[in-house]
Design a protein around this ligand. Structure first.
Ligand SMILES: NC(=O)c1ccc[n+]([C@@H]2O[C@H](COP(=O)([O-])OP(=O)(O)OC[C@H]3O[C@@H](n4cnc5c(N)ncnc54)[C@H](OP(=O)(O)O)[C@@H]3O)[C@@H](O)[C@H]2O)c1
Length: 238
């Protein structure tokens, strides 16, 4: 018999996609703290906060994927074949345009990169990796309050907002196609957080966002169907 403490989460086996730094890395640390075993992905061999944290614990296994490259997702799926996770959390995302830039002023290549990563890449990861999630497990995707169409009264971050709205729409379609599934399907809004993407002027420290956000994800364990929630568990208007 093991004398290890009982995990403090129903999500004991967690797969986090896009976890080298920022919110993804903090999610890995939070789940490790709660006693889960975590597979977390990076894009490269470069030193990163995730690699530094993984060196301090045997709870974290590092994998590689670039969600913008379909072959990379397929290769990850093959390497993880046979594994089962209680939670798949796809966190990867980018923002390439300044806050005040009009949406139509972005370069075509940057627009395509943002859509390809934040929408198509995230959904390709969901579609491919869903088969590794337990039938009563959870698939969570990092959306944003900025993805709310009805909540957009002040503009700003125009293309970034558009990618998260499109992601929400794609994930809604996924949920409709999987209406009979028992899995919890979560679009999460973490608040505006000081990370590489959020910038130094954001409202929240990572420590103010991720622990409550993970409490919310854990509270939805075993609740089938789609929800778009903020970090405290309040529904975000579509
Ligand atoms: N910070 C906020 O205020 C905020 C608010 C709402 C939503 N979000 C969302 O939260 C998620 C994480 O953002 P963050 O603030 O933590 O940003 P971040 O610090 O810039 O981290 C972004 C993460 O995504 C990874 N990534 C980027 N492109 C990828 C790809 N093609 N394949 C795999 N991984 C990729 C990055 O890996 P590399 O290190 O290799 O680049 C990095 O680990 C994003 O989806 C973002 O839109 C953030």
């Amino acid at each position: 018999m093991s004398d290890a403490a009982e995990p403090r989460t129903p999500n004991r086996r967690v797969l986090v996609i896009g976890a080298s730094r920022g919110l993804g890395e903090a999610i890995v640390e939070e789940y490790a703290l709660r006693g889960a075993r975590v597979v977390a992905t990076v894009r490269s061999d470069a030193p990163s906060p995730l690699r530094a944290f993984a060196a301090t614990t045997d709870a974290v296994e590092i994998e590689r994927v670039d969600v913008a490259v379909p072959d990379s997702i397929a290769a990850l799926r093959r390497r993880l074949d046979g594994r089962v996770f209680d939670l798949l959390f796809v966190v990867a995302g980018i923002s390439l345009a300044p806050q005040d830039q009009a949406g139509a002023d972005i370069g075509t290549r940057d627009f395509e990169r943002m859509m390809n990563t934040n929408v198509l890449g995230v959904m390709r990861a969901v579609e491919s990796l869903q088969y590794l999630v337990a039938p009563d497990g959870t698939i969570a995707v990092m959306s944003s309050g900025q993805g709310s169409v009805s909540g957009n009264t002040r503009g700003g971050f125009e293309v970034y907002r558009a990618t998260k709205s499109a992601l929400n729409q794609m994930f809604r379609s996924y949920a409709a196609r999987h209406a009979a599934d028992r899995r919890a399907l979560l679009l999460m809004a973490p608040g505006w957080v000081r990370t590489g993407l959020g910038g130094p002027g954001a409202m929240l420290e990572i420590g103010e966002s991720i622990p409550p956000l993970i409490d919310t994800v854990d509270a939805q364990y075993g609740t089938p169907g789609l929800q778009y929630l903020d970090r405290h568990g309040a529904p975000v208007p579509w």
